[in-house]
Design a protein around this ligand. Structure first.
Ligand code: AMP
Ligand code: MG
Length: 396
């Protein structure tokens, strides 16, 4: 049985970055830039006042107590009309262009209005003080964003600053979701007899949306080869097909067989991990296919360990697979031979991060994870981990 690391490597080997599309800037949040973006303007476009005050010639206020004549008042959005000559100044507001002749702005708090359009300046100024020089932030033609960057709120602002209403980004992955099982009914139905509600479908749709991809629910497939084949073939038109259930050793675990019959080449089946051991993975020339074990926590863990990194790679984003270290809050008894991801609560106290595994009834107990904010990792093999030991944690 292959390890989690080997399985992830095999998944990522099959995942190639998706092609670029032109998106409106408003739809680009979270996407990966597929082009360098150059500025079409100098920013600021002119020497710009950074405070409310008076635009002066620094030489005129060198004494620290000067009286100057006020030529005009310039607010943001207005253009100065007068050149500042010796012993003169211009009342100026934050964001307005510095008038020619002036080389500094003094704070209004350091001044006193006199009669006859005169002002007393009770401070000195260095040339350039309280002024942002033209193009100091960025120059016209300069590449201000680079291909490969993730577009965050900051980059959304920069795109607007340089006038980009459209931008080339890596397109979001289209991810088909197929849940399987004769026992499943959808959430709006009250289960009777041996039925349960389908919780994996909505959970997977949410996980896919959180990963910045497009979720395409295909409904519930029955444990029947014809139904599976038909829905699998539809799902393989997406970039990724995620199936839950039907990959274990039960008599109706028909998913691997149906995937192979639909032309998917198996890459691996079974990974040395708990929960999630029956995980199946394969690929066609254009799609990846994951068969996740149906127990909800197995589905969740396998998604986080394998599907999420694959989506990151497809969407041109960095893959973060390593956990962080935290200090165990209480003793934990690992009884399983398999490496285990255990629901836990991580708390931050100053520079100390502690982690407390939760009471948990195993991979069918999704409800226990409502209280969790991470999975704590314990290597395989019976061992008691003591309070104070360092363990790896993966945020949920
Ligand atoms: P399977 O992997 O198909 O053997 O399913 C393992 C367990 O997970 C069984 O108890 C199933 O009833 C349960 N299960 C499978 N699919 C879902 C689902 N979509 N939602 C909730 N539980 C499920
Ligand atoms: Mg099943």
């Amino acid at each position: 049985m292959i390890s989690v690391e080997e399985a992830l490597e095999a998944v990522l080997r099959q995942a190639r970055v998706l092609p670029a599309v032109e998106a409106s800037a408003g739809a680009a949040l979270g996407r990966t830039l597929a082009e360098d973006v150059a500025s079409d303007v100098d920013s600021p476009p002119w020497d710009k006042a950074l405070v409310d005050g008076y635009a002066v010639r620094a030489a005129d206020v060198a004494s620290g107590d000067a009286v100057l004549s006020v030529l005009e008042e310039v607010t943001a959005g207005k253009t100065p009309t007068r050149e500042v000559s010796a012993s003169h100044c211009t009342r100026i507001m934050t964001g307005a262009p510095l008038p020619s002749g002036a080389d500094a702005v003094v704070l209004v708090e350091r001044t006193e209005m006199l009669s006859d359009h005169r002002v007393r300046i009770r401070t000195t100024a260095k040339p350039g003080q309280n002024v942002l020089q033209r193009a100091a932030s960025m120059q016209r033609g300069q590449a201000v964003l680079r291909r490969g960057q993730t577009i965050r709120a900051i980059e959304m602002g920069v795109l607007a600053e340089v006038g980009r209403t459209h931008v080339h980004v890596v397109r979001p992955a289209r991810v088909a979701i197929l849940v399987t099982g004769d026992e499943l009914v959808s959430a709006q139905h009250a289960p009777t007899g041996a039925h349960i509600r389908n919780s994996n479908g909505p959970m997977l749709a949410a996980l896919i949306t959180e990963a910045g991809a497009e979720a395409i629910p295909l409904g519930i497939a029955r444990d029947d080869e014809d139904d599976l084949r038909e829905k699998i073939e539809r799902g393989l038109e997406a970039d990724v097909l995620v199936i839950s259930g039907g990959v274990s050793a039960g008599v109706v675990d028909l998913v691997p067989k149906s995937l192979v019959a639909s032309g998917v080449q198996q890459v691996f089946h079974h990974v040395n991990l708990k929960p999630g051991k029956p995980l199946w993975f394969g690929a066609t020339a254009r799609a990846l296919a994951f068969g996740l074990p149906g127990n909800p926590v197995s589905t969740l863990v396998c998604f986080g360990l394998f599907v999420k990194p694959a989506l990151a790679r497809l969407q041109g984003q960095a893959v973060h697979a390593a956990g962080r270290l935290a200090t165990l809050a209480h003793d934990f008894e690992q009884r399983d031979a398999r490496p285990t991801y255990f629901p836990a609560v991580q708390s931050f106290d100053g520079d100390q991060t502690t982690v407390a595994p939760l009471p948990w009834r195993g991979s069918a107990d999704l409800h226990a994870l409502v209280a969790a904010n991470c999975l704590a990792f314990f290597p395989g093999g019976e061992q008691v981990y003591r309070a104070g030991e360092r363990v790896a944690v993966f945020p949920l």
